[in-house]
Design a protein around this ligand. Sequence first.
Ligand SMILES: Nc1nc2c(ncn2[C@@H]2O[C@H](COP(=O)(O)OP(=O)(O)OP(=O)(O)O)[C@@H](O)[C@H]2O)c(=O)[nH]1
Ligand SMILES: [Mg+2]
Length: 244
Amino acid sequence: MKVLIIIPTYNERENLPALATQILDQHDYQVLVVDDQSPDGTGAVADALAARYPGRLHVMHRTGERGLGLSYLDGFRWALGTDADLICQMDADLSHDPRYLPDLVAAAADHDIVLGSRYLNGVSVVNWPLRRIILSSFANAYVRTITGLTTRDSTSGYRCWRRAALERLDLARFLSHRYAFMVETVFEIARLGGRVGEVPIIFIERRQGASKMSGRVLLESMVMPWRLVIRNRGRVGRRGGGTP
Ligand SMILES: Nc1nc2c(ncn2[C@@H]2O[C@H](COP(=O)(O)OP(=O)(O)OP(=O)(O)O)[C@@H](O)[C@H]2O)c(=O)[nH]1
Ligand SMILES: [Mg+2]
């Protein structure tokens, strides 16, 4: 199985080298860094890593409108142009420990998408203030209630796709430019009858760099579940998608 991991970056120069090294020194995987012209020079750091890991670490320097969802759409298109069998996603800020990658890869044998879930065994987060835990738990409950998805952590950015599942998605159809992209992609694959799985992860809050969460991001995330069910005239549960 050829595994490609897409890592979107915006101002992650302190974090990216450690993450890339951990992934590439321990696993026979490939990495695509999608940088949005980070003002802190993450793009140049990524280029230096590409020189250190030739043919294994690739860099896309995006221009135009910045956004996590937009970066993943470009990353998916690039990935589908390679011979990767599994396409994974993870954050650059070391919140997603690469030690779980083999679990995600293994579970992708019988799922179309596997989510690294913080909420399978209670709440598995390290160094999160209570308000952040409440916000994230609320967001997931909100998404489940409105969309009919049954997954515990549909907002997780740590995940692994089977190539065939990604090929089924109509990438031109996506509405989310930012973080709501995470929920929208799970909704879409469940709507198409895809098998959605989850494996437990322990999430560690970033130590370096700043979060890109903002009021605008939260607003998009509040509105998106409604847009999804209105556009599709129904929740995924009624259509038989999602995990049982
Ligand atoms: N290419 C690109 N990457 C982004 C953008 N916004 C965020 N990212 C990356 O997406 C990942 C998740 O962003 P974070 O800021 O860590 O968001 P978060 O994990 O919800 O927030 P924290 O818990 O505060 O870290 C990180 O790798 C970011 O560098 C963007 O506009 N473009
Ligand atoms: Mg983060």
